[in-house]
Design a protein around this ligand. Sequence first.
Ligand SMILES: Nc1nc2c(ncn2[C@@H]2O[C@H](COP(=O)(O)OP(=O)(O)OP(=O)(O)O)[C@@H](O)[C@H]2O)c(=O)[nH]1
Length: 259
Amino acid sequence: MRIGLVHKCIGVEPKLYLSAIYLLKDLIQKLLRKLSPTDTEYQAVVDSLDKLIMYDITLVFDTYIRSLVSEIETAKEKSEHYARSLEEKVQERTRQLEEMSHTDPLTGLLNVRHFENIITTALYSAQRRSEPVTLIYIDIDDFKTINDMYGHQRGDEVLRLVANAIKSVARAEDITVRYGGDEFCMLLSNLRAEQAQELIISRLEHTMTKTLEHVSLSIGIAQTGPEAYIDAFTLINLADKNMYSTKASHKTDKQEPKL
Ligand SMILES: Nc1nc2c(ncn2[C@@H]2O[C@H](COP(=O)(O)OP(=O)(O)OP(=O)(O)O)[C@@H](O)[C@H]2O)c(=O)[nH]1
């Protein structure tokens, strides 16, 4: 008995199979006609032959169709799998692009554009919870001289090292930003200025002495809340102003940065 799957595998089309089997039936009928002694006997054998051929056709077509259905299902599964992996890739790429658009490529800290988008929301959240927020403004002293004396590449390395020091002292909930060329900000949630001095700034200065001993930072600090709140712009300006006071005091005993 022929099996549809085999027909399919060897590429026999259903119409070819049908024409072959009808040709065979015709030949057998002609032979039976000659061999049968009576019409009744001939008709009985032809009826049996018809049933046998019908059985064969049914079997062949059943297996043929089943094999086609299974092929379609496999193709469907493959295309669904492809669509799923494509969707995952698009999602991952979108996440990466979003992260890139929020991040400063040199230091990996948040960029100023994204910071300006999120600081107001952060302050509103703190106000809703009646929590203090402290902003630290950091500027590298004489960074231009570092570039001039040691080259732009070394300057970039210093920026990365300062950023790493900032990241290493920040808590998970803090926002760390490259604010401009050699300027950085840290927005510290639920922390007062005195606590920030103790917990963050002193640790940052300690880390700096270990990694970049002769590079000094000017740091300004400003707090808002929990009694009254100022807006983001005023908070940044206040910390910046305080940073400049520190810088002015650093300028009085100025030394060249050594790397
Ligand atoms: N290597 C490097 N330099 C940069 C980058 N962005 C800005 N700068 C340089 O940073 C320098 C900042 O110089 P200033 O604003 O004069 O600051 P400063 O020399 O630190 O002086 P003070 O702030 O007064 O201590 C400029 O010379 C910029 O060209 C950067 O991505 N990489």
